[in-house]
Structure formats: C-alpha cells, structure tokens
Design a protein around this ligand. Structure first.
Ligand SMILES: [Zn+2]
Length: 559
C-alpha cells in the first residue's frame, strides 16, 4: 500500500490511498483509481519530501493496524482480489457484519473526511469512502441495503449530472427521501462516501431515506454495482469521451453492459443512441424501458458533429439514419436488417422550442401527451429531462409530478453557470467532448455575432491527454460572425490552429488567468462573455474568478 498526494477529481487537493487490491477489479477497463491518485504535479502546499514520506509511513501504519484489528485478511494480491470479486458478482456482499465492526469503521471513515476538510487536503468528498471501503469492503452494500425503494444509477457520457439532479428533484417532490452523490464525486469512493455521510455512527441511515440516486462514471459502473447493487439503471448516451482514458465507445459499452447483466435492475436505455440501444443484449426484455425523440427535428436545426458510432453492433455495417437529433443520436436502422432503433415507451413527440432561453416540448407515454416546459435549453437537455421523466415514471412518480418538477429546474451545478464580474455576465460552460461542445455551439453561440469567447483547453490527465477531438467540433459555424475569441490553456495552440482551419481568427494567451483578464477587458459592462473550458482549465478559471467575485455561487465542478 502506498499513500500518494493527489489532486482529486473535484479539483481540490487531497490525499488518498492507492491499493493494488482495489485497482484491478474491472475486467478490461483501465484502473479508475488512476484518475484520482495520479500525482501529476507537486502542489506547493505539500510537505517537504522527507516529512511527506514520514507522514505517509505513519498514516499507512495506522491504517494497516486498523485493518488488522478489524479482522481482515490482507489478501492484497491482484489474483486474490479478482477471485473474490468473481464470486461476489451476482449479489450484494452477503456477510452481515457485526455491529462492533461497523462501530469501528464508520467513525474512522467519517473522521478521515473531517480531517481532510480541516487540513484542507480536499473537500472530504471521497476520502471517507476510500477509508471505509478499505477497512470494510462490504460497507457500501450494508448501508445501501437500508434504502427500501432501491438504488438508481445514472450513467453515460454526457448529461449524467443534469439527469441526476432533475430526477432527484422529481423524487423529492414525490415525497421520497433521497441519498445522492450531490458533490458530483461519481466514482465508487464518492458514492460510498455519500452513504457514509448519510449514516450515523452505528450504521443506520439518518432520516430514513428510501431511495439512493447516484451519478456513476461509466468506467466505474461494474465496481459500483458490485459494491452497492442497483434496482434501476439509466444509460443516457455513449460518446467518444477521452479516448486515452476510456478506450473506444464499444469497449466502454461492453463494460457497462456486463455490469448491467449481473444485476436484476430495470434498465432504461436511450433508443436514439445505437450503442446504448445495443446494451439490450445484456438485459431481459421485460426489464427494459426505452426512451427517445419521436419528433421530427422541427425547430431543432442541429449542427452535425463527426459521428462517434454509427455502425451496426451486430454486423458492423454502416447504419442508415432517417433523421439525426444530435451527434449520432437519431432514428437508424441497419441496411442488412438485423438491427434497428427500438420502439419507445416514453418519448418526446414534439419540440416547440429548444434554445438558450429554455425549451417547450411534448412528452408522450401510453397514449397520453403532456406539455413540458423548462428553463434548460438545447436538445441535449431535452434528452436529460426525458431520461429523468422515464426513470421517475419507472419508480412510481406520476408523470404530472415529474413534469411539474421540470418547470422549476435550473442548470445542474458545474455545467452552465453565470457569474457577474463587475457587471459583465460571464457564462461558464464545461466542454469535454465533440458532442457536448457541438451542443454548446448550437445552443449558445451559433446565432450570435461579435461575442467575446474564451476557449481554454488543457491536456492534463483529468482533461484527457488526447485533444484530437477538437477536430470533430464544427467550429465552422462561427466563421464570419465577428466573434472575439481567445484560445487559452496548455493546448491553446491546437485550439487556434483548429479555429484557423474553420476560418475563425483567435488570439492565443496560454495562461488561463491572464486570458480571463483579457476577456474581462474586452467585455464591456452589461455585455456577455462565454468561457468554454475543459475540466482543469475550469478549475484555474474558477480560482481567478474567486479572487474577483464572491465564490459562494461557484461550487465544485464535476466531469
Ligand atoms: Zn447489421
């Protein structure tokens, strides 16, 4: 075991344990823990090398003693871990752990979280889960079993956070008590942490919550399903995200599919995404629910992105699309006739409006139509809303209640935010892949002229090292619109070259804080500016903004 300094995925600095025994459990996926324990830079707050090593040895010793004391064999070899996981796949950990052990583990895990917050070594969002899971691997399952109405998992490349938030509000309006990973820490450790936070020291969940609702990173689905189980799983979409991190879309689909196969969960799939729809092969038909857009793309003149996955999952032939709504989402069928878009149970049958100001659309299910209105714009948010409505309906929320809750919805934290900086209204938008970026261009910038825009792209591990996806974003739509664009971040040059090929001029300012000042200078009072950034660039932008405006409105950001 080693203890490593790291920048955790919420961007706050933290320390964590990396244990070989926990890293190799997913069958073919890269180790998820690599993402939060890879110490890529040595932040200034860290102790000197000698003191750091001594602290690490000290902390490791305490944890080893705790673990020995709580009576666990230190089966730390990868093979042993794999064998153990193999046995436990089919069900939740069965071992009813003595209350004494819980009494030891829960306070230790909570204390770790408290300590990390007090010492400002992170937000404490995932450390309790790391410690709790290490001391007692069944902990997540023991806590989750108290959720009488089950555990809902929301996964997919884009829209997880928004879908989870919308669904959470629908469930709350229905009167359910929900445990959720609201911090957006969507790896296994973050999810176990949110359960630990909801539990008292004796292990009983406080306030008798009835339902668990967790946003789960695609690559982590097998680990989460193994740890806490699931009664409902929704897959929003699968896009090309960060190739170096996840591998190809098909590989990640297989990972998610195999995990789903090992549960008895009801599964909600986006019928318009061929890769997602093909997950049906892992699920018994009676447990499947499809949602999708039935509407002609009226009023939604979607931009085209380079398509991620448009081949038949059965025979690999190129799929034929009769319409596309965004990226590779649409109505398709295989020319050889062995695969086609499935029929939907819940659908959007008409879109009146889907722009930056909001959307108005019709939801159709079991022969009834309902008008829906929300302040979130863009077709991608209609998909998020549809996914949330479909799951809500699946777990017994009346559709009218679900739609009423939509009307009150605000943008999910960390996706699109507005910041007032000396009278300049800055919109902060996280971009991370071509499909999402295209939707942002479509919703916010395509119809404007002369706007001040800052595009910041970093290539640190948390952003994805490979930035070739920039070439799949249709920046051509910005040509001739006289936008003032600043290219920033460690890959500012790549952004500028890409824009140049789209016949859009830009200024390169590599440093994100300096670029932000330039954006401020260019944007007059009362004017609007846009910040489109990757994950770590968003963190530096927030730090700079935090010095200028009250940060209370700017919380953590998640991917
Ligand atoms: Zn085919």
């Amino acid at each position: 075991m080693l203890v490593s300094g790291s920048t955790d995925r919420n961007g706050s600095l933290g320390f964590g344990l990396s244990m070989p025994v926990r890293t190799g459990t997913g069958p073919l996926t890269p180790s998820p823990s690599r993402r939060w324990c890879a110490g890529k830079s040595r932040p200034g707050w860290m102790l000197g090398r000698g003191r750091r090593r001594r602290s690490a040895v000290w902390a490791a010793g305490i944890l080893r003693s705790c673990r020995r004391w709580s009576g666990f064999a230190a089966d730390t070899t990868l093979q042993a871990a794999r064998a153990r996981v193999g046995d436990r796949w089919a069900q939740l950990p069965a071992d009813p752990v003595g209350p004494l052990r819980l009494l030891a583990v829960l306070p230790a895990a909570k204390f770790a979280g408290w300590l990390s917050r007090v010492l400002r070594r992170g937000s404490g969002d995932s450390l309790p889960g790391v410690v709790g899971d290490y001391l007692l691997p069944q902990l997540g399952g023991i806590l989750a079993r108290q959720l009488t109405r089950g555990v809902i998992i929301v996964t997919g490349t884009n829209g997880k956070t928004t879908t989870t938030k919308l669904l959470g509000e629908m469930l709350t309006l229905r009167g359910e008590e929900v445990v959720s990973n609201r911090s957006g820490s969507n790896m296994k450790q973050g999810i176990v942490s949110s359960l630990i936070a909801a539990a008292g020291v004796r292990g009983a969940l406080r306030g008798s919550p009835t339902i668990g609702l967790f946003e789960v990173d695609e690559a982590t689905v097998p680990l989460v399903v193994e740890a806490i189980g699931a009664t409902d799983i929704v897959v929003t979409n699968l896009f090309r995200d960060q190739l170096d991190r996840f591998g190809e879309v098909d590989a990640i689909a297989t990972t998610v599919g195999k995990a789903i196969h090992r549960t008895n969960a009801r599964v909600y799939l986006n019928a318009d995404d061929p890769t997602v729809a093909s997950l049906s092969r892992f699920v018994a038909p009676e447990r499947l629910v499809y949602f999708g857009l039935e509407s002609p793309a009226d009023g939604v003149a979607a931009l085209k992105t380079a398509v991620d996955s448009a081949h038949c999952p059965r025979c690999d032939a190129t799929l034929r699309f009769s319409r596309t709504f965004y990226s590779h989402l649409g109505h398709y069928q295989c020319p050889r006739g062995d695969f086609a878009r499935p029929g939907t149970t819940v659908a959007v049958s008409g879109i009146e409006r889907a722009d930056a100001a909001g959307s108005v659309f019709t939801v159709q299910t079991t022969g009834h139509c309902y008008r829906a209105e929300m302040s979130l714009g863009g077709v991608y948010n209609i998909y998020n809303a549809l996914a949330a409505v479909t799951v809500a309906r699946g777990v017994g929320v009346p559709i009218r209640t679900a739609l009423r809750s939509l009307e009150a919805a605000k943008s999910a934290f960390g996706r699109v935010e507005e910041v007032d900086w000396d009278g300049r209204l800055l919109q902060l938008i996280l971009v991370k892949n071509p499909a999402g970026f295209t939707q942002v261009l479509d919703t916010f910038l395509r119809s404007r002229t002369g706007t001040n825009i800052l595009i910041a792209v970093n290539d640190l591990e948390a952003d994805g090292r490979d930035v070739s996806w920039l070439w799949d974003v249709p920046f051509e739509c910005l040509a001739g619109r006289r936008h003032n664009i600043i290219a920033a971040g460690t890959r500012a040059g790549d952004v500028a070259v890409r824009l140049h090929y789209a016949e859009v001029e830009s200024t390169i300012i590599e440093s994100v804080p300096e670029a932000l000042e330039e954006l401020h200078r260019r944007t007059g009072p009362g004017e609007q500016g846009y910040l489109l950034t990757t994950y770590t660039a968003m963190l530096s932008a927030r730090r700079r903004l935090g010095q200028a405006v009250a940060m209370s409105s700017i919380g953590s950001v998640n991917r």
